[in-house]
Design a protein around this ligand. Sequence first.
Ligand SMILES: Nc1nc2c(ncn2[C@@H]2O[C@H](COP(=O)(O)OP(=O)(O)O)[C@@H](O)[C@H]2O)c(=O)[nH]1
Ligand SMILES: [Mg+2]
Length: 475
Amino acid sequence: MKKTRMPKINNDTIAAIATSSGRGGIGVVRLSGDEALSVAKKIFFVPQKTNDSSKLLQRKSFISRKMYYGFILNPDNKKIIDEVLFVYMKAPNSYTKEDVVEIHTHGGSAALKSVLNLILNFGVKAAPPGEFTKRAFLNGRIDLTQAEAIIDIINASNSKALYFAASQASGSLKEKTDKISDKIKTVLSEIEAAIDFIDDLEDDLDTAVLIDTINKIIKDEISPIIRFYDDASFYRDGYTIAIAGRPNVGKSSLLNRFARSQKAIVTDMPGTTRDIIEIKINLSEIPLILADTAGIHASENPVEIIGIKRTKEYLKSSDLTLFLLDASTPLSDEDFKIYQKVKAKGYIIVINKIDIAKPDTLIEIKKEFAESVIAEISCLHNMGIEKLESIITEQVSEFDDSNEHSILLNMRQKKELQSAAEALQRGVAELKGNAYPETISIELQEALQYVGNISGALISEDILDRIFADFCIGK
Ligand SMILES: Nc1nc2c(ncn2[C@@H]2O[C@H](COP(=O)(O)OP(=O)(O)O)[C@@H](O)[C@H]2O)c(=O)[nH]1
Ligand SMILES: [Mg+2]
């Protein structure tokens, strides 16, 4: 496998607005690089007396990590742009390990942009997305798993995602991959020792023990983390729940109840909903994507037919279905047809309109779906919704996310781990076939490289660029 040297750091001084756009109490402009302080100093002025902006002076020296109060002035016309706080963080004690200056302005975009423009006029470069964190990585302050965890912290939409991202930012994944690497290295050293001394692998190497050790690395260390990615990826991406049922059972009404607003049109006319309407909510800190769908029935209307086709596709891809039935009308063939589509995956039977339920229908439904989880609700009168929410939460959070393998990988990290496992499997096959130790060694080295890619020990520049392109500007 091609090994690449660590990319070089570009030493230009960079600057960006680090806070998100829009109005806010404060906003931060951040600079990093050799010229950060010398440039920022040119536009920062402090009052001679507290609360008196009539006499402003340029400050010559700054103590690292001390907050200074003052004003940003346009150096050309000496007009005040904003009242700010100013902090200088001397290398290497900063986010990037370079000299960093942060200017805390008021949070309107005009103030922030004006300050940034002044800085850029001095030849400072506008930072591309992720450039600050990339420098933190290239300067060795954090490894790649920590850098990627910072994106996840920024993107976290719920406390669980935040928890996993924060534990990764403090090094949990790095610890894990180091452990896996160490185990591979132990096997590798035995095989490499054999390269120099023997011709016949079987005589001198305990092949059975080595095979067993490698299999254990795959089974006990790598596979559980990959499995956790598959099971828990909804913490990152959201858990998709389709609301399905025949026309007029109250699907759109239920979506609106979850949304706590009128997202979907509700009428007493069957076939109102044609497009799939998705909303995102957090239920007990689990991010859910709920989808209102077109009522499934035999329709002649070409638009509705397209909607029904989309609904059927959505049902196949969603994680869970809320299968709605109407307590006020007897079960129909349509209900059973939909049930056939729904039952292959996780579903909850939701009986709606219990405010106008027909006792016979209720009994019939409960008998028919005796084996299923059933919730009774009235969308119209907001009854049973909280109970339904807790049933959903129970179903979704059934799996264990508290063991040592509970590390929420991203797609890139998962692929590297998978490739490592495949390389190890090839190693096992070769051990079984009594291949030359050199050949087996190559597979194990490849596995090591893949594991190493996760923390970024040896990684190419284009992969790095792709990773950091996912960041926001100013981070
Ligand atoms: N009585 C009663 N009517 C309801 C309830 N939920 C929905 N409806 C009514 O049923 C009709 C169809 O509702 P809608 O949400 O559009 O159903 P959809 O076609 O499945 O999306 C509307 O007139 C709603 O007001 C309920 O719990 N009780
Ligand atoms: Mg509808």
